[in-house]
Design a protein around this ligand. Structure first.
Ligand SMILES: Cc1cc2nc3c(=O)[nH]c(=O)nc-3n(C[C@H](O)[C@H](O)[C@H](O)COP(=O)(O)O)c2cc1C
Length: 199
C-alpha cells in the first residue's frame, strides 16, 4: 500500500472477525516494529505476541473478568486473533545513558532524572509502527491501555517485574465497528496545531 494511503486510512479498529492473521503478514508487522527509532539506540523494547484464541482469551480473562463483559462496549474486540503487548525496560535506558557517549546528559543517574521518559516515547514509536504495519497488510489494529491490570498481565505472561507495559495492540480482520466517543472529537486543523517560527 502507498504510504500516504496507509497514513490516511489508519484508524483504531475495535471489532474483529475471528479469522487468524496470516503468519507471514504478522511477521512483517513485527518487523515494522523493529524499524522504530529508539533513544540512544537502546533497543530495549520487547513484544509479547499473543496469537490464537487460547492466548488472547488468557489476556481477556486477566483484564476483563466475565462479570464485566456484558457491559463492555466493544464485544467484538475480544475476537481479535492477535494481541501484541509493547513492553519497555526503563533500567536499560538508564544504563545506556550512563555510557561514556551519553553520560554528559546526567540521565544515567536513574529514572527520576528523565524529564521525558524516552522508554515510553520509544514504546509509542513501536506501537505506531505496528499500527501502520497492520494497515499496510490490509488488517486493522487498536492501541489500547492496560491500565490497572499491568501487574496482573505481567504475572500472567511471565513478563519480568522491572518491565513496563506501554500498551496493547490488537490486530486482525476488521468487521463492522462502533466508533468510540473519542473519535467524535474533531482533529484540530493544521493551522492551529503547527506553530511556525514561534508559538
Ligand atoms: C496512547 C493511546 C492510548 C489509547 N487507549 C485507548 C484505549 O484504551 N481504548 C480505546 O478504545 N482506544 C484507545 N486509544 C485510541 C484513541 O481513542 C484513538 O486513537 C483516537 O480516538 C483517534 O482515533 P483514530 O486513531 O481512529 O484516528 C488510544 C490511543 C493512544 C494513542
Amino acid at each position: 500500500m502507498d504510504f500516504a494511503d496507509v497514513i490516511a486510512t489508519r484508524r483504531m479498529v475495535r471489532a474483529y472477525r475471528r479469522d487468524p492473521v496470516d503468519p507471514g503478514a504478522l511477521e512483517r508487522v513485527l518487523h515494522a516494529a523493529r524499524r522504530a527509532p529508539a533513544a540512544g539506540n537502546t533497543d530495549a523494547l520487547d513484544l509479547v505476541v499473543l496469537a490464537g484464541t487460547e492466548q488472547t482469551a488468557a489476556y481477556w480473562d486477566t483484564t476483563l473478568p466475565e462479570g464485566r463483559r456484558n457491559d463492555f462496549p466493544w464485544p467484538d474486540l475480544l475476537a481479535a486473533p492477535v494481541i501484541v503487548l509493547v513492553v519497555t525496560n526503563p533500567a536499560a535506558y538508564v544504563s545506556r545513558y550512563a555510557e561514556a557517549d551519553k553520560a554528559v546528559t546526567g540521565l544515567g543517574r536513574g529514572t527520576d532524572a528523565w524529564p521525558v521518559p524516552f522508554w515510553f516515547v520509544d514504546g509509542g514509536a513501536v506501537a505506531m509502527a505496528l499500527l501502520l504495519g497492520a494497515v499496510d497488510e490490509g488488517l486493522g489494529a487498536l492501541l489500547f491501555g492496560v491500565f490497572e491490570h499491568e501487574g496482573a498481565v505481567r504475572e500472567r505472561f511471565a513478563i519480568p517485574a522491572d518491565r513496563r507495559i506501554v500498551a496493547a495492540v490488537a490486530i486482525g480482520h476488521p468487521t463492522e465497528d462502533r466508533p468510540s466517543r473519542s473519535t467524535r472529537r474533531p482533529r484540530r486543523p493544521l493551522t492551529e496545531v503547527v506553530h511556525r517560527g514561534r508559538w
